[in-house]
Design a protein. Sequence first.
Length: 137
Amino acid sequence: MKPLSGDGLAARTSYIREGLKNGLLLEERVGINPYRIGIVAGSDSHVGATQPDEDRFTGFHGEAGDTPERRIVTPENFYAYMVGTGGLTGIWAPRNTREALFSAIRRQETFGTTGVRINPRFFRGWTCTTDMVSEPG
């Protein structure tokens, strides 16, 4: 995929939201959404840290981020400000048990974010209406 410009911007088709929107448009036009998308979020950080927010970003590549100076520029001249914090995956399950969690994952009742830590509302079924989103949770 070609970037939109030389500054590292990716094409809009690089984002999951395009697939989600295209699926909804196809469902509206032809009655079927061919995209079954389950979402999880992670990172390619090699430190095993959750990186909860930008202010507490501990680096992403072991010793390459062990000091504030090395977090800004690694020896390979990779700029840390070009990457964000690690991702977070959430699972909507009726119970916090292994069986319930993995069942929810198989049903794709998940969300992922690499940005704001969200409180999701899930709607599932064949009789969902557009006004449901404005009803209190």
